[in-house]
Design a protein around this ligand. Structure first.
Ligand code: ZN
Length: 186
């Protein structure tokens, strides 16, 4: 099932992501739906709060990118970043912040711990693109967006565009929920 993607400014982003404690069929179904939603929107990562659920869960799949075709999808339940090192800068976008892309500096190697899609605990090191996507999704679970990592000047410039996102005036190729839609339905 394709779910609508909750944009920057919606209420779900006010709630901290809760740790997942029930590993059951409904979690399997949610993970499947999140992959379907992400692929439909041509994304490479999706956090649960992006589909309106304040849960500590993210799915990622970078195999659609050139040079990464053989990479397997990754499910991260209750992810933690234990260590990080190095840094590099790359342009990022986000399904919850449509129409905005900018360069973000992040660690290029991270040591992480999470529960995977088979409900097994994993501790591993991620580098390059995997480290990048993991940190982007991990940020979402801390109620953050890549734009929070930009300079104050850059964020100031983005303000009118972010206001448009809240009013749902950005045309996107996938179903979305904006702040204005939440206000209407109350
Ligand atoms: Zn994002």
């Amino acid at each position: 099932m394709i779910m609508p993607i909750y944009l920057y400014g919606t209420k779900v982003w006010d709630a901290p992501a809760k740790k997942i404690t029930k590993f059951d069929d409904s979690l399997v179904g949610l993970i499947r739906d999140m992959f379907e939603t992400m692929h439909n929107a041509d994304g490479i990562g999706l956090a649960a709060n992006q589909v309106g659920l304040a849960l500590s869960l993210a799915v990622m799949d970078i195999s659609v990118m050139e040079d990464y075709a053989s990479e397997k999808p990754l499910v991260a339940i209750n992810p933690e970043i234990l260590e990080s090192s190095g840094e590099y800068t790359l342009e990022e976008g986000c399904l919850s912040v449509p129409g905005i892309r900018d360069e973000v500096t992040r660690a290029d190697a991270i040591r992480v711990r999470y529960t995977d899609g088979n409900f097994e605990r994993v501790e591993t090191e991620l580098t390059g693109m995997w480290a990048r996507v993991f940190q982007h999704e991990y940020d979402h679970l801390q109620q953050k967006f890549f734009i929070n990592r930009l300079s104050g000047v850059k964020r100031q410039i983005l303000k009118p565009r972010l206001a448009k996102i809240k009013r749902n005036e950005i045309r996107s190729r996938y179903p979305v929920v904006a702040l204005i839609d939440e206000k209407k339905s109350r």
